[in-house]
Ligand binder design. Structure first.
Ligand SMILES: [Mg+2]
Length: 201
């Protein structure tokens, strides 16, 4: 083959590749646009529990327990709610939340914690979370879940599964990190719910 022919074939291959990429991009854009419109029009939402679901927050609790403040007092919760710089986002759950957001879903964070001193924490999550609630107890969550058009709820505790079901929202189990010091209310799979793998990381 002459040099001209080789170059021509090379150019053609590159053009074909670019065209096939463009086609994929257009198809993806169409799928995204359609999903985004339907989800937005339907005002659909997804909800996430906070501790051990969206973040690994044991260090924030440890700081509050070590402070000598009466555990579970308002001052204790103020320490927990303002120690978010010690918390680690759980990569898989956090990414999933952002994907839902990109596809037009409202993302609600429903924390079991009471609201003491929680303004800064809410602000910290304002880009991802369209609403951030302090339920002030695990058994108050179903009321918040009934309030929106939630299609999915993600939580790590047994009570998250039962609260989600009480609100008739499909609830999926996120695994706790083995490093979490909170061990109660945790029997993944026991209620026949779907347990999402790799969410303990
Ligand atoms: Mg939790």
């Amino acid at each position: 083959m002459s040099l001209v022919k080789t170059v021509a074939a090379d150019v053609k291959a590159k053009a074909d590749k670019a065209w096939s990429f463009t086609k994929k991009l257009v198809v993806f854009g169409g799928v995204w646009g359609l999903t985004f419109s339907l989800v937005t029009i339907g005002r659909l939402g997804v909800a996430f529990d906070y501790d051990d679901t969206l973040v690994f927050s044991t260090p924030a609790f440890k700081k509050a327990f070590d402070s000598g403040i009466q555990p579970y007092s308002p001052a204790f919760w103020e320490v927990v709610n303002n120690s978010y710089e010690l918390e680690e986002r759980k990569p898989l759950v956090w990414t999933a939340a952002w994907l839902f957001r990109v596809f037009g879903f409202k993302v609600a964070v429903i924390s079991t914690r009471p609201p003491h001193g929680g303004e800064a924490l809410k602000k910290e999550w304002r880009n991802l979370a369209t609403s951030f609630y302090f339920a002030g107890g695990a058994l108050n969550k179903h009321r918040l879940l009934k309030d929106g058009r939630y299609v999915l709820y993600f939580g790590d505790s047994d009570s998250d599964i039962s609260e989600g079901r009480m609100a008739k929202v499909l609830t999926l189990r996120v695994k706790r990190s083995p490093k979490s010091t909170y061990k109660e209310d945790y029997n993944p799979g026991k209620m026949g719910e779907l347990v999402i793998p790799f969410t303990e990381l």
